[in-house]
Ligand binder design. Sequence first.
Ligand code: CO
Length: 136
Amino acid sequence: MITGLDHIAIAVPDLEQSVKRFVEDFCLDCAGTEDVATAQTSTAFFPLPPTSIELVHPLNGAGPIAKYLEKKPGGLHHLCFRSDDIDADVERLKAKGYQFLTDAPYAGAHGARVIFIHPKSCDGVLIELSQPAMDH
Ligand code: CO
């Protein structure tokens, strides 16, 4: 079941500069940065209860965010719904015809299990499902 808006992600061409903006100009606390090899991203999270902002940047200049930034200077990249049972949600949505970017959930940032729904299955919006590590 989807239980909340886990985070909103922004693709950024310069992670350090964008982190600085969120900390110094928007006065948000950076909860930490993490390189997520499975997603080829460098990320920074800013808790903004009950959700968070995630800045995503290509890890080592490659991967899906690098491709995104070839087409756009940066921008809103995805929404992430929190799930308390990601396997059940994936199964239910697959049965309804939703397409996913991978066959199964994998380890994302913070050790959460994540999977992305293809934007063409949801009005052009990339949606991530995430089950936090503490829930499994
Ligand atoms: Co995300």
